[in-house]
Design a protein around this ligand. Structure first.
Ligand code: SF4
Ligand code: FES
Length: 230
């Protein structure tokens, strides 16, 4: 059996297994530490920093999804410093992208009193919806670059490598190699990327068409036409 370690979280002494992250410990205690880039099906990579917690003796806040619990650590999962940081991250996200299909993040915005008017000069990510395959559409104006879709398409699940990061700096976005359409890539339409996307940037095509006002009958005709064209 793995050695146990003792640490203090929110003033309460707790036991953790060696290798547990601070997020694991918090969840075991029933503490609500928000996550965005981390998903139970993906490897934590600490891209979004919404899960930061305050560890005594550390100059900067620590991402709970990757930092391991250590003996005698003293951790606060929510205090003024943590709240300010999470609120700013949420306000930066809401100023630069469309969160209308991201209910969990909208709930976080309410929880942290985040305003979507904090950074009015921010440049918003704009992108036309890409509808190039029978299963899902891509709307990168709703993408926060959490990397979950890339991870499940690669080593975390499917080993297909159909999508990856594209571009650099501000221009970074999720894309396919040489901007090929999905049917021209190695994609097998497994749908795992859609399942882990937290913002609706990847969405089932049927759902997208229904939201656009198409009827089920019209969608059926569209799909038949798509098959015939091939
Ligand atoms: S498309 Fe969705 S899952 Fe992929 S990086 Fe963007 S927000 Fe994350
Ligand atoms: S959830 Fe930990 S950094 Fe994104």
């Amino acid at each position: 059996m793995a050695d146990k370690i003792s640490l203090t979280m929110n003033g309460q002494e707790v036991q953790a297994e060696q290798g547990d992250t601070l997020l694991d410990v918090a969840r075991a205690m029933g503490e609500n530490v928000p996550t965005i880039c981390y998903h139970d099906a993906t490897t934590a990579n600490a891209l979004c920093r919404i899960c930061v917690v305050d560890v005594e003796g550390q100059r900067v806040l620590q991402p709970a999804c990757i930092v391991h619990a250590a003996a005698n650590m003293k951790v606060q999962t929510r205090n003024e410093k943590v709240e300010r940081s999470r609120k700013t991250i949420l306000e930066m996200l809401s100023s630069t992208m469309d969160l209308s299909d991201a209910p969990e993040i909208l709930t976080m915005m309410d929880d942290y009193g985040a305003s979507d008017e904090r950074f009015p000069e921010a440049v918003r990510r704009e992108s036309a919806v890409i509808d190039d395959n029978p299963m899902f559409v891509r709307d990168y104006s709703k993408c926060l670059l959490c990397w979950r879709c890339v991870q499940v398409c690669a080593e975390d699940a499917q080993y297909t490598y159909a999508i990856n990061f594209d571009g650099r700096g501000y221009e970074t976005q999720i894309g396919t190699f040489f901007e090929k359409s999905i049917p021209e890539t190695s994609c097998v339409l497994c749908g795992q990327c859609v399942a882990v996307c937290p913002t609706g940037a990847l969405k089932p095509r049927r759902q997208h068409l229904l939201e656009q006002g198409s009827t089920p009958e019209e969608i059926s005709v569209l799909n038949t036409g798509r098959k015939r064209r091939k």
